[in-house]
Design a binder for this molecule. Structure first.
Ligand SMILES: [Zn+2]
Ligand SMILES: [Zn+2]
Length: 392
């Protein structure tokens, strides 16, 4: 019988031996950020790396050209669990890798390489999933709908953070586009003939601002104006804003969404404009799988780190929530910046390729691979994880 501790040592040694090539991925993506659905370079980079490690790779999965799926059958045969290692790689408009997804791509590839190196000890399948469009569009929700997760028994990744905790709280979240249409006119000579679509947008922002005090605990409603008019001497006839709506659970989310739609209608009514509202990219709240969480936490502690608990007030959103409703899933966070550092920021972007960030990328690769190994080594854990998942 293989000594599990020995295998975990081999995983750590592989990651150490490959540190240059693993970190090169993070540093390349840091320098070449691509936003949601446009991750052409990132997808090619991770696909090349896992293919070189022996995975059979699909470039483009379902309707997503920048999704990647790599599969490697264990040396002891295909009869065993199917464990997926996920890698996000989309950046933020303007801020680049201010969410540290450059680290996530590199650590996912690192874990895949480390698992390939112990392939001869494994029965089952390793799956590497490059998952685009986490920051907008919920790429994983599309991949779930299109069957990319079919047959997968567990989904593992890591997310950089200012705190370390295995379990996460994720808010249900959706992107909303609001368009107001009024009527253009001369802003000086005949403004009374216009219907001001910017006034509609400002009324909506004011309404949401006043509503904010009464939002349910944990709910977030936030937006930007993406088109506020064309010139100051034209009454704006068409304006556009992007919003996000979030809540701690689906039922609360529906209430918040209904109220938001009412505020949009009210703003249109107040300004004699027409409103269009388009929702897309729903991501759900998270179900942390306890079986997987305990394995990760034990590997984290064995690496000399201390596990913590998530802070509800600091919750964000991720399409990993969608995955967690379908199969056993974890979304553990590792601190790579001092506690209190704002995310989606230049600070995080720079830290993602700092010496400290590099060490967290490598640690994450190791913990993902070691947790996957735990499941391959004792497939009864996979059965228990599924039993927990299926329990009401
Ligand atoms: Zn992120
Ligand atoms: Zn983010």
């Amino acid at each position: 019988m293989t000594d599990p501790t020995d295998i975990k040592t081999r995983i750590a040694a592989t990651i150490e031996a490959e540190r240059g090539s693993i970190l090169a991925i993070a540093h390349d993506l840091y320098a070449n950020p691509e936003i949601a659905f446009q991750e052409v370079h990132a997808a090619a980079l991770v696909a090349d790396a896992v293919e070189a490690a022996g995975y059979v790779v699909e470039r483009g999965v379902g309707s997503l050209p920048t999704a990647v799926r790599g599969t490697l059958v264990g040396g002891l045969g295909p009869d065993g669990p199917t464990i997926a290692v996920l890698a996000e790689y989309d950046a933020l408009p303007g801020v680049g890798h201010g969410c540290g997804h450059d680290m996530m791509a590199a650590s996912g590839v690192g874990a895949a390489i480390a698992l390939a190196a112990i392939r001869d000890e494994l029965a089952g399948r390793m799956v590497f999933l490059g998952t685009p469009a986490e920051e907008a569009g919920s790429g994983k929700a599309i991949m779930l709908d299109e069957g990319a997760f079919d047959g997968v028994d567990a989904a593992l990744l890591f997310h950089p953070s200012d705190r370390t905790h295995t379990r996460v709280i994720l808010l249900a979240s959706e992107d909303v586009e609001v368009v107001f249409t009024g009527r253009e006119s001369h802003a000086a000579s005949d403004p009374w003939l216009g219907r001001n679509a910017l006034d509609a947008l400002i009324t909506l922002f004011s309404s949401v601002g006043l509503w904010r005090q009464q939002l349910p605990p944990g709910a977030r409603v936030h937006g930007i104006i993406t088109h506020g008019g064309d010139a100051p001497n034209i009454i704006p006839g068409r304006t556009r804003a992007q919003w996000m709506i979030r809540a701690r659970d689906q039922a609360t989310y529906e209430l918040v969404k209904t109220r938001f739609e009412a505020l949009v209608r009210a703003a249109a009514l107040a300004t004699d404009c027409e409103a269009e509202v388009r929702f897309s990219g729903l991501s759900t709240a998270m179900r942390n799988n306890e079986v997987l969480a305990r394995l990760w936490s034990a590997n984290l502690v064995a690496a000399g780190w201390t596990d913590g608990e998530p802070v509800p007030e600091l919750a964000g959103s991720s399409d990993m929530g969608n995955v967690s409703l379908v199969l056993p899933t974890i979304h553990p966070c590792l601190a790579m910046v001092p506690e209190g550092t704002p995310f989606h920021s230049a600070e995080v972007r720079e830290a993602s390729v700092s010496p400290e960030g590099d060490e967290v990328t490598l640690l994450a690769a190791r913990l993902v691979a070691q947790t996957a190994w735990d499941l391959f080594h004792d497939p009864t854990l996979v059965a228990v994880a599924w039993a927990e998942h299926r329990a009401p």
